[in-house]
Design a protein. Structure first.
Length: 477
């Protein structure tokens, strides 16, 4: 069993990183072929459906993984509820379709229907996916994730190079869900049959009711800004905003993926040993802060160059949005670390409270900020919500562990500011004719400066780590 768990973890981690890479490459290729207007249209469609389907997203995955009740009865009742709920929600959206797309409704009918089918399949088959997780069949799920992403990547490129731009983007977005859903329906571990039991559903509802509000807050937080930007600024602005959001959060996803799983295990293991928990908490916080600043200081300073090189000159207007979103991206792994801590020491109420504060700060400012400053204002609202949520989460976390402010935050921030100062001093003296060469050179100057300044500030700890490595080598030789 232990070997199976380790293999599952390895497969899951590898698949997630490969999928992130494929999605990033696919987005770059499509961004060079398509316009911000096309990206804005698909982003708006996905946001509308996500906000609508949040009313039936009740965390059935967790329930089916851990339930000791009648598994088949629960599966059938949940799938029946999901199918009926999805059909009702898609029907309601169809009635509202002329309002949601007042000027281009006829042009987007088939796009709308395709997204509706994909979202319905995704929500119905989430229950089957939970059975795979319950049996620790993560290898199979990882292979399915890799295959579906690779096929959607290939299909999107073929369609894009044949001139069907927006359909290529739609395929790239929804095809993985359709492929995974089809596979899960054909390869379900148990016989599928629609049936509804009030008793089984009541058990599921009693478990899920505490997560419904949190789920609604999360999805509203994630998508309300897209809808607001579309209606108050325009579809093209939404395309720029959605890609700035994606690009600025790319490094954070890698950081969360690599450190988040380790943090969850550490916090769960040492939840009853406050001294060890305190030490590991500060070590992980310090590691996260150093990694994200090392990645995001160069990105913030060289954002325009990075965007033009990666996406093309037509995407340069999203530079300011991406720079504003850096604060959100910096804090994202840090927030996830504290969410893991509170959940694994048995205090999920702290997470719910922080999410509520984050949503309140975001929602109050979103519309006025977007009216005044456009998409940049929406990015500021996201930042404000994130800061408010982090402050509340830190306030509640202090009851569990205390933060070593100098070690975790002050030193890397000073190093980041120092590396930025070095860049400002030398940027006009070092230039190249090729944009890519110039970008790489300046990124290296910033990164190396950051490492040197941080090493000088923490040289005693660095020497201690070197001594520990030498001692370990002597013991093992």
């Amino acid at each position: 069993m232990k070997k199976k768990i380790i293999q599952s973890f390895a497969w899951n981690a590898t698949a997630n990183y490969v999928v992130l890479f494929l999605e990033f490459v696919g987005t770059i290729v499509l961004a060079r072929l398509l316009s911000p207007q096309d990206f804005g249209t698909i982003a708006y469609l996905m946001s509308v459906f996500t906000l609508t389907f949040m009313f039936i997203s009740w965390d059935e995955h967790s329930y089916l993984v851990q339930t000791q009740n009648d598994l088949k009865g629960a599966l059938r009742s949940i799938m029946t509820f999901k199918l009926a709920g999805s059909l009702i929600l898609v029907g309601a959206l169809s009635l509202l379709y002329p309002i949601l797309f007042p000027t281009t409704a006829g042009n987007h009918t088939w796009l709308f229907l395709c997204v509706g089918v994909a979202m319905t399949l995704k929500h119905v088959t989430t229950s089957i996916k939970a059975l795979y997780a319950r049996d620790i069949r993560f290898k199979e799920l990882s292979i399915l994730l890799l295959t579906s992403t690779a096929l959607s990547f290939a299909a999107a490129l073929i369609v894009a190079f044949n001139g069907l731009g927006i359909w290529a983007l739609l395929l790239f977005t929804i095809t993985p869900n359709i492929i995974k859903s089809a596979y899960l329906l054909m390869r379900s571990p148990t016989k599928l049959r629609l049936a509804f039991s009030r008793r089984d559903f009541r058990r599921f509802f009693d478990y899920a009711k505490y997560n419904i509000a949190t789920s609604i807050l999360n999805r509203t937080n994630e998508r309300a800004d897209d809808v607001t930007v579309k209606h108050l600024v325009g579809t093209g602005a939404l395309g720029l905003y959605s890609q700035a959001y994606t690009l600025s959060g790319l490094f954070s996803k890698f950081t969360i993926g690599s450190i988040g799983r380790v943090a969850a295990s550490v916090f769960a293991k040492f939840q009853n040993n406050k001294r060890v928990l305190q030490r590991n908490y500060n070590v992980l916080c310090a590691l996260v802060m150093r990694i994200v600043l090392f990645l995001y200081v160069p990105f913030f300073l060289l954002a325009k160059e990075a965007i033009v090189i990666v996406y093309g000159a037509k995407w340069a207007p999203m530079t300011t949005i991406a720079q504003i979103m850096v604060l959100y991206a910096l804090l994202l792994p840090y927030r996830q670390l504290h969410i893991n801590l509170n959940k694994h020491v048995g205090l999920p109420k702290n997470v719910a409270a922080a999410k509520t504060v984050e949503f309140a700060g975001f929602a109050i400012v979103l519309i006025p900020a977007t009216l005044i400053a456009g998409a940049e204002g929406a990015a500021m609202a996201v930042n404000l919500g994130m800061v408010a949520g982090i402050v509340e989460l830190l306030r509640r976390t202090r009851r569990i562990v205390s933060l070593n402010l100098k070690r975790v935050i002050v030193n890397p921030v000073i190093a980041g500011a120092g590396s930025a100062a070095v860049h400002l001093l030398v940027r006009n003296h070092i230039s190249f004719s090729q944009q890519l060469t110039s970008f790489i050179t300046h990124a290296l100057i910033i990164g190396v400066s950051y490492i040197i300044i941080l090493a000088l500030m923490e040289k005693s700890r660095l020497f201690w780590m070197i001594r520990q490595v030498k001692m370990l080598r002597k013991k093992t030789s």
